[in-house]
Design a protein around this ligand. Structure first.
Ligand code: FEO
Length: 405
């Protein structure tokens, strides 16, 4: 895709990755983009790189705007290889160019590239770069989501180059939020924002809250937010800022998701009356069988719901592996502000439900007092108990949800 102008003299020069579905294990059904930006001024500036596989595409886009040798400054907001991978190739075309990044960025880049000849300029929050008529303000954002991360605010044009923050894994010919919404919908765009946050940023809610406040203190009021993935927010930058504030504050839908797997159908047959009990209490509910669903999709559904009930059979004295994979992923994401419960089946020596609740206890989530187990296969009385379990869980989830309204 050719360069796209954000404003006169400010261009997207990145690449669209239509084919990718596995992003370091995170399933991204819509593909993604690697966004970088070129700002023309007395001294032209390139902001960020792209994934190495797309170096040639990016170079072609830059050359369509300005010869790379004319670029006078390179800002590296984030070093992860989906952005930093092509930096060596880019810097070859602009030898000696000053490279602006955080100290952690410099340290990390030295692990991915031979940086012995790179001309680093380490920056901190509040440092600026003047390129003639434009001023770039640097804002460190450590652990959003790597230690090196930072954002750059172009003051005169009020554009926040936000690296991974506010991004979405979407490959599309639309480069702006309003264009995407016209072709798809705001609900689809928002769902991609929730998906991205759930799988990449969930552990960093408190950091996000603090950084959003800091942006306000620094006078960063963007009229456009240009992330490193997905569409650029030019019509509704305030909407994605509010969505991030809401997620960091624990807001979500009043919904319960049942996440389970099953061996001979016993646990699966309990999921159905639990779902019915939830529904009959008026609770929105979704059901996910883990073996049929990418873990990252289950995580997004977890994050979009106030409550989650996890079901597992016991296999070889432990939790069922597909359920274990979900819980291991969840443990790393350190979720907060969710009410959780567990159910399952066993043949002898059932422990899966206990292990699920222990994981939830370690995560300090709101644990529903009751659990539900059945031996081998649920009898009618077990199914009736599962229905009641669903009803009571819905009541508890609704009560808990009130804390966030
Ligand atoms: Fe898109 Fe953290 O890299």
């Amino acid at each position: 895709m050719k360069p796209v102008e954000l404003k006169p003299g400010i261009c997207w020069t990145g690449a669209i990755d239509w084919a990718i579905r596995d992003f370091h294990g995170y399933y991204i059904p819509k593909g993604t983009s690697y966004n970088n930006y070129l700002v023309l001024d007395d001294e032209p500036v390139l902001i960020d790189g792209v994934k190495l596989d797309f170096a040639s595409t990016c170079i072609q886009n830059i050359e369509a705007v300005v010869p790379p040798s004319k670029i006078r400054h390179l800002i590296v907001n984030h070093i992860e290889p989906d952005h930093g991978g092509a930096l060596s190739r880019l810097i070859e075309l602009m030898p000696g160019v000053p490279v602006y990044c955080t100290q952690k960025g410099r340290d990390g880049l030295a692990r991915f590239h031979d940086t012995s000849k790179w001309n680093f300029r380490v920056v901190k929050t509040g440092d600026t770069l003047n390129t003639g008529k434009k001023t770039f303000l640097f804002i460190e954002t450590p652990m959003l989501h790597w230690p090196d991360s930072m954002m750059t605010f172009l003051r005169e044009d009020r554009i926040l180059f936000s690296q991974d923050g506010f991004g979405q894994h979407i490959a599309s010919t639309q480069r702006f939020d309003d264009e995407f919404v016209a072709c798809a919908s705001m609900a689809e765009l928002e769902d991609s924002v929730w998906d991205y946050y759930a799988n990449i940023l969930m552990p960093f809610g408190p950091v996000i809250k603090g950084k959003l406040e800091e942006l306000g203190r620094l006078g960063v009021e963007p009229e456009m937010i240009a992330p490193a993935h997905g569409v650029i927010w030019r019509k509704e930058p305030g909407k994605v800022l509010r969505t991030y504030q809401d997620m960091a504050a624990g807001k979500t839908d009043e919904r319960v998701v049942i996440v389970y797997d099953t061996m001979w159908g016993g646990t699966g047959r309990m999921a159905q009356p639990i779902m019915q009990g939830l529904k009959d209490e008026g609770m929105d509910c979704r059901v996910i069988k883990l073996r049929e669903t990418p873990t990252s999709v289950a995580i997004k559904e977890f994050w979009r719901a106030r409550g989650c009930i996890v079901g597992s059979p016991t296999l070889n004295g432990h939790i069922f592996p597909y359920v274990g994979q979900f819980l291991i992923y969840l443990r790393g994401l350190k979720p907060k502000n969710r009410i959780v419960g567990a159910f399952g089946s066993y043949g002898w020596g059932g422990v899966a439900v206990k292990e699920i609740m222990e994981t939830f206890g370690e995560l300090k989530l709101e644990c529903f007092a009751e659990t539900l187990t059945t031996n081998y296969a649920p009898a009618l009385s077990d199914q009736a108990a599962a229905y009641e379990f669903g009803r009571k869980f819905a009541q508890a989830a609704r009560e808990y949800h009130k804390k966030f309204s």
